[in-house]
Write a protein that binds this ligand. Structure first.
Ligand code: 13P
Length: 341
């Protein structure tokens, strides 16, 4: 596909404050989230849940794209309308997760390597035929100050795979979301999170450059620079915003049209406030938005609880979180907007 087409899709994914709904949980992750709410982990319930999300009225005002999973991109509503058509009719681009998940890294088994390069070109061609416009691959980087991870080895092999995937996606006419996630699990400090995020981004952009990935035709999906969940010393929201923007400015070329954060375990309000504070630090070289999973879906899933009678309320919860993050993507979010809803 021509570079101009990839660039147009990438811009559409991040412009106007709209963000990406990450609904690409694998079947096992989706089942775990349903199971926590005592909802049977069946294909019917996974389908009903995704149907509730995607048919949310006016979702396309705040959401530019949705990341699907292999099962979901082939599914339809109960009435038989393909999910891909439902999303297109809402002016939401369908995307697809194409990595095959993480495995222990040979030689450094407390770290992981994301798999899925074998046969990837063929799978990408099929997903393009099914209507996908963009793709996602998630690399996981595990900070542990005591064990001195991540190793340079882990960062390098994961960055290499991310760039291999990104180039193949572009060759198939699909915009790659490049996601090097530095986990916020554990006890590490914000200082360590910054150091590791810098090392990861540095290596990822070297690999993207070496493997001839078109930066204008991709979207970066990074973590924020934030202390781990169990670190006794938590940074202020302002510090998270400032350090994240500073780090991104140092390591992400301005040619990249947009950066869409993962939420990584932050609660809904926190993820919105951090994004808003960052956008207030502008002007920035790229659009700064969201590609949240849990921080968009948590309230909606709890409200739904597997019951058809709760669909309208669960959709209102998703529309509300989407609107709050849309506002935060232009720095116009206020906590009063939460109360107004
Ligand atoms: P979270 O926002 O829940 O971290 O999920 C985003 C995602 O897609 C992780 O790969």
């Amino acid at each position: 596909m021509a570079a101009a087409d990839l660039e147009a899709i990438a811009r559409k994914m991040v412009e106007g404050g709209r963000g990406i709904l990450a609904a690409d949980e694998s079947n096992s992750t989706a089942n775990k989230r349903l199971g926590k709410l005592k909802i049977d982990p069946t294909v019917e319930n996974r389908q009903a849940y995704r149907e509730m999300l995607f048919t949310t009225p006016r979702l396309g005002e705040y959401i530019s794209g949705t990341i699907l999973y292999d099962e979901t991109i082939r599914q339809s509503t109960k009435a038989g309308v393909p999910f891909v058509k439902i999303l297109n009719d809402q002016n939401i681009l369908p995307g697809i997760k194409v990595d095959a998940g993480v495995k222990p890294l040979p030689g450094s088994p407390t770290e992981t390597l994301t798999e899925g390069l074998d046969g990837l070109a063929e799978r990408l061609a099929e997903y393009a035929k099914l209507g996908a416009k963009f793709t996602k691959w998630r690399a996981v980087i595990t900070p542990d100050e005591k064990n001195k991870t991540p190793t340079d080895y882990a960062i390098h092999v994961n960055a290499h795979a991310l760039a291999r995937y990104a180039k193949l996606a572009q060759e198939a006419g699909l915009v790659p979301i490049v996601e090097p996630e530095v986990l916020m699990d554990g006890t590490h400090s914000i200082e360590y999170a910054r150091e590791v995020t810098e090392r990861a981004l540095h290596c990822v952009f070297n690999e993207l450059h070496d493997q001839r990935v078109l930066l204008e035709g991709m979207v970066l999906k990074p973590n924020m620079v934030i202390a781990a969940q169990d670190c006794p010393k938590q940074a202020s929201r302002e510090q998270v915003a400032e350090w994240t923007v500073k780090t991104l400015k140092r390591f992400v070329p301005g040619a990249v049209p947009g950066i869409a954060f993962l939420s990584g375990g932050q609660d809904e309000g926190e993820a919105t406030e951090h994004l808003n504070l960052m956008n207030k630090l502008g002007p920035l070289p790229w659009k700064l938005g969201f590609s949240y999973g849990r921080a968009l879906q948590d309230s909606s899933l709890k409200t739904w609880a597997g019951k058809a009678a709760n669909v309208a309320a669960a959709q209102r919860a998703l529309a509300h979180r989407s609107k709050m993050n849309w506002a935060a993507s232009t720095g116009k979010y206020t906590t009063e907007m939460e109360k107004a809803a």
